[in-house]
Write a protein that binds this ligand. Structure first.
Ligand code: BES
Ligand code: MN
Ligand code: ZN
Length: 504
């Protein structure tokens, strides 16, 4: 567990395992020397420290005037971009984690001037620090028994870390509020990461539904879980078709959040919940197939987002909808060439069983539009490998039928650091998913795989205003060796919370 608080205690007297003192590149030189001297620290250290964002230099004060055993110089870079502050907090958390310190004090006395430099409020920066610190101290160790590796066992029992943001009295209230918000969002991100990190053996469709129910209980949302029978009765032919080859029943989960005030809008969030995507009969190559446990990254993001929205008590009505199943080959699996009837009545020719995400989303989108008459619908999905080809691993592709709405999503991406780049929904692309035998085909041939997938989804939105589709195939999961830590990232939670926080 992580706890983040604010304090106005003096740096000299505060007791902690690690005291973090941040410097921007512009602070180096005389100012930094003075600070270190005032604390009784060796100024020599500054020779080895360039204050790059995320750089950290550990000092052990011998004859210091401080009560802390360790001091960490933390780099803020130019300190004029939020991403630098995020990097710094993540680096600090990583150090705190490896040093196994219980309490970290982070000197944020300069928070008003940092906030000014990035054009945000102090509370927002405190929120960013908190979120990033929680992200940096995240560990996924629940599948380690510790039977072979005693160190891992120790890690599992590791002490909880407390972060104290040290500020001047005048900023205490704002920074406390920022830390509260950041803790809520940070916990929601960790939940999403946990769900993505659980492999198919540990998180089935029923497991997703259960996790969603638990989250709803914690945040005060209402949960409705539809089981196979009900899904059959509703006629969700897309979800059932993908589930045909599976030994695990599908689920369709709906979480609803009603704000304590009159809602300013109703927003539906739809997330792809494929617990494992083998490709089905159109089976994938085995290389890297294990990473297809991440194929419920969209579901994880929308479950995390609604948990945060509810705990933050945002003045919107939000509904999260999650169709869930795995995609497996089997004697009873759907086969290429099959024609299915989806929830909307639209028939689909299944040219490739590996284009399964769009089949389950088709049902969920149509259901969301029909039942909730939302002002906006946003779906998140690890939908196409083509999106990784186009934009790589750190940016999501997105589509919207409304320019103004698209602008807001883009801005939320920039602010939250979960960047998105818009792609076109032009009619030319609809040609590519025409079927000879059904209303529409589930694949679009060679080119523009991300766009044809979006054009397919669009058919099931029934003219819904403010619809957006976000393809998170790249950023939902970080592979070994691509830098950063292995596993689920929780991508989408911060983006959505940022978007919904600014709703007017
Ligand atoms: N889940 C995959 C997309 C994916 C790929 C997510 C890599 C994360 C990382 C999706 O279901 C899929 O298989 N898409 C196919 C579509 C094709 C068959 C039209 C793809 O991208 O190859
Ligand atoms: Mn697939
Ligand atoms: Zn998939």
């Amino acid at each position: 567990m992580m706890k983040v608080t604010a304090t106005k205690s003096s740096l000299k007297t505060v007791r902690c395992g690690l005291l973090a003192i941040p410097f921007a590149t512009g602070d180096l030189g005389k100012e930094a020397r003075n600070t270190l001297e005032a604390f009784g620290l060796e100024t020599q250290a500054l020779k080895d420290f360039k204050a790059k964002a995320g750089e950290a230099l550990l000092l052990y004060p011998s004859d210091s005037k401080l009560k802390s055993r360790r001091v960490l110089l933390v780099g803020l870079g130019e300190a004029d971009d939020i991403s630098e502050f995020r990097k710094a907090a993540r680096a600090l958390a990583a150090r705190a984690k490896s040093l196994e310190v219980g309490t970290v004090v982070f000197d944020c006395s300069a928070i008003p001037s940092w906030a000014k430099a990035v054009g945000e409020k102090a509370a927002f920066l405190a929120e960013v620090f908190t979120e990033a610190f929680i992200a940096g101290s995240y560990v996924f160790d629940r599948l380690k028994s510790g039977k072979l590796d005693k160190e891992k066992k120790k890690e599992k029992d590791a002490v909880s870390v407390e972060l104290k943001l040290r500020v001047n009295a005048g900023n205490l209230k704002d920074v406390k509020e920022g830390a509260r918000r950041g803790s809520i969002v940070g916990e929601a991100v960790s939940l999403a990461r946990d769900l993505v990190n659980l492999p198919g053996s540990h998180l089935t469709a029923e497991g997703i539904a259960e996790a969603a129910r638990r989250s709803a209980r914690k945040s005060g949302c209402t949960a409705t879980i539809f089981d196979r029978k009900q899904i059959e009765k509703m006629g969700m032919g897309g979800l059932l078709a993908v589930n045909k080859g599976s030994h695990n029943p599908p689920t369709f989960t709906v979480l609803e959040y009603e704000p304590p005030v009159k809602p300013v809008a109703t927003v539906a969030l739809v997330g792809k919940g494929v617990t494992f995507d083998s490709g089905g009969i159109s089976i994938k190559p085995s290389q890297g197939m294990d990473e297809m446990k991440c194929d419920m990254g969209g579901a994880a993001a929308v479950i995390g987002a609604i948990e945060a929205v509810a705990r933050l008590e945002l003045p919107l009505r939000v509904i999260t909808l999650v169709p869930a199943t795995d995609n497996m080959p089997d004697g009873s699996a759907q086969t290429p060439g099959d024609v299915i009837t989806t929830y909307s009545g639209i028939t689909v020719e299944v040219g490739n069983t590996d284009a399964e995400g769009r089949l389950i989303l088709a049902d969920a989108l149509a259901y969301a539009v029909k039942h909730y008459k939302p002002d906006a619908v946003i779906d998140l999905a690890t939908l196409t490998g083509a999106c990784i080809v186009a934009l790589g691993y750190s940016v999501a592709g997105f589509f919207s039928n409304d320019d103004q709405f698209a602008g807001k999503i883009y801005e939320a991406g920039q602010r939250s650091g979960e960047k998105v780049w818009r792609m076109p929904l032009w009619e030319e692309y609809a040609e590519l998913i025409k079927s000879e035998v059904a209303d529409v085909h589930n694949t679009g041939g060679k080119g523009a795989g991300t766009v044809t997938a979006a054009k397919f989804l669009e058919k099931f939105t029934d003219g819904q205003e403010n619809w957006a589709h976000i393809d998170i195939a790249g950023p939902a999961f970080s592979s070994k060796g691509t830098g950063g830590s292995y596993g689920g990232t929780g991508f989408g939670v911060r983006l959505l919370v940022d978007l919904l926080s600014g709703w007017e």
